[in-house]
Design a protein around this ligand. Structure first.
Ligand code: PEP
Ligand code: MN
Length: 270
């Protein structure tokens, strides 16, 4: 792989990204929460539920990169304030997406981890901006991206001075359309070979189908992932985005327990 200097494996050990008390890359870190922040009640109720089920961080989109301009675009600043309240109440650090270079500095006032979504993986000005931020970055794999392209995007962030990058495999587009994407779990051991950065898996966007999310979470834990990102809604049928892939809090609780057990069983593949 060419031009990968900062993210390349050096044999000097793996990077652990610290987010408050959470250490991504040491143990198994689970990020859970709604696709979108829809209201204060929905977010707080889901936040308490995922906390009780053992989540380490809360996810929720305030800025949504939607395929259609007519779909729900997120609550913006109001959504970030709701997430702030959820952190106050639960103690869970907040993972939230930033989609515009102009928003990075002020979103940092609310977010504990800045998410770069699949659609923005190669938005180089956005990568440079989060590279200058003093918050960890969760970098999703682009839906049409090779591992080399993905690693180069991590390289942009590292090269601009931010060492705290978490990779997230979320599925790629293939000819298969039964699933929303094709979850490339081989990317997990491959990334562990290529880079010292931690890698987590998002089987929610990776499959887009509720019955597939728990099995693929266990498979992710078995193949060496450092954690998971899972979409959870207090009432999936009412979700304003991605309702087909939202787990109930009870489904999430079972998945969290089982995937931690699998991670323990394989010993983090160390
Ligand atoms: C998300 O996690 O909210 C999201 C939009 O995912 P992706 O960028 O992987 O499609
Ligand atoms: Mn989603």
């Amino acid at each position: 792989m060419k031009n990968i200097k900062l993210a390349a494996q050096t044999g000097s050990g793996r990077t652990v990204v610290r987010v408050g008390n959470v250490k991504v890359g040491a143990g198994f870190s689970i990020i859970a929460g709604p696709c979108s922040v829809e209201s204060e009640e929905q977010t707080l109720e889901t936040a308490h539920a995922v906390k009780a089920a053992g989540a380490d961080m809360l996810r929720g989109g305030a800025f949504k990169p939607r395929t259609s301009p007519y779909a729900f675009q997120g609550l913006g600043l109001k959504g970030l304030k709701i997430l702030e309240k959820a952190r106050e109440e639960t103690g869970l650090p907040i993972v939230t997406e930033v989609i515009d270079t102009r928003d990075v500095s002020w979103v940092c006032e609310y977010a504990d981890v800045l998410q770069i979504g699949a659609r923005n993986m190669q938005n180089f000005s956005l990568l440079r901006e989060v590279g200058k931020a003093n918050k960890p970055v969760l970098l999703k794999r682009g839906m049409h991206s090779t591992l080399e392209e993905w690693m180069n995007c991590a390289e942009y962030i590292l090269n601009d001075g931010n060492p705290d990058v978490i990779l997230c495999e979320r599925g790629i587009r293939t000819f298969e359309n039964y699933t929303r994407n094709t979850l490339d779990l081989s990317a997990v051991p491959a990334a562990r070979e290529l880079t010292h950065l931690p890698i987590i898996v998002d089987p929610s966007h990776g499959t887009g189908r509720v019955p597939l999310i728990a099995p693929m979470s266990l498979a992710a834990a078995a193949c060496g992932a450092d954690g998971l990102m899972i979409e959870v809604h207090r009432n999936p049928s009412e979700a304003l985005s991605d309702k087909e892939q939202a787990l109930t809090p009870a489904q999430f609780a079972k998945l969290a327990k089982q995937s931690r057990a699998v991670h323990k069983f394989v010993g983090g593949l160390e």
